[in-house]
Design a protein around this ligand. Structure first.
Ligand SMILES: O=C(O)CCC(=O)C(=O)O
Length: 262
């Protein structure tokens, strides 16, 4: 089965969720022809607030309600499934860096909060980590969602692929300074898990960091099907999901692994 994927590699306005929602809507309107036959659209991490974490009590999304209604409508109106990047979900006590995904009818198919907080960008001072898995089915394909730094934890990703995930979606605000790590880690996760990796990063800069783009679609053999540069880009690729089963049969790592000795 073929699926057409679109990644909206975009800049994010620091600390301005309303402007960022409008920016996504403007881009979607502009891209309506290209989006016509897209099955799954992917947004980047924290597309609402960016890394303006010290102001989350003012600008965070209360229980994620605004983002959920925005994303659900976006999926329904445009007839695509949607990996809604992640947003800052906030309540009286705390905030989480949370991904929502939707099917074409605008029905929520997962809520996943970033499990590993990135100390280098102060996440541990302002966010709580999630402790639930990121598994879901999208367009009939078992999949998982991961958020940025989660990519550095192969054991967490393996937990999901050993339970059947065939597509790994990674949403990120990955800095340009370590973009070579981003590329290598994404390709490694695809090879070692024999899964598609669809990775959507942001571009642009905030007061502290320059972000590196290079959103990528990688096949389960580790081949890069499509890759963006460092500018705003609508990256598309068509994937053949059956390739996962073929490769898992050819080199059966999920049968051959020995969890009892690890
Ligand atoms: O691991 C890295 O180098 C980048 C991670 C990151 O930027 C994040 O999790 O927000």
């Amino acid at each position: 089965m073929n699926l057409k994927i679109g990644c909206l590699q975009m800049d994010v306005t620091y600390g301005n969720p309303e402007e960022n929602r409008e920016s996504i809507q403007r881009k979607i309107n502009y891209l309506h022809k290209e989006l016509n036959n897209v099955d799954i659209l992917v947004l980047p991490e924290l597309w609402d607030t960016g890394y303006d974490l010290s102001r989350l009590s003012q600008i965070g999304d209360w229980e994620g309600r605004t983002a959920q209604s925005f994303l659900s409508k976006l999926a329904r109106q445009n007839d695509f499934s949607l990996i809604g990047g992640s947003i800052a979900k906030t309540n009286e006590q705390s905030s989480t860096n949370t991904m929502y995904a939707y099917n074409r009818n605008g029905v929520k198919i997962v809520e996943y909060s970033k499990a590993h907080l990135f100390q280098l960008m102060d996440e541990h001072h302002y966010l709580n980590s999630g402790d639930q898995k990121g598994s879901f089915e999208i367009e009939g394909v078992p999949s998982t969602g991961m958020i940025c730094y989660d990519l550095r934890f192969p054991e967490w990703i393996r937990t999901h692929t050993s339970e059947g995930a065939e597509i790994l979606f990674v949403v990120a605000q990955w800095p340009l300074a370590r973009i070579d790590h981003w590329r290598s880690l994404l390709i490694s996760r695809a090879i070692e898990n024999q899964c598609y990796v669809i990775a959507c990063n942001r571009v642009g800069e905030d007061p502290k960091t320059e972000f590196g783009g290079h959103s990528m679609v990688i096949n389960p053999w580790g081949g890069v099907i499509s890759e963006a540069g460092t500018e705003e880009t609508f990256l598309t690729a068509t994937i053949d999901v059956d390739e996962v089963k073929r490769i898992r049969k050819q080199i059966p790592i999920f049968q051959d692994r020995r969890p009892e000795i690890y």
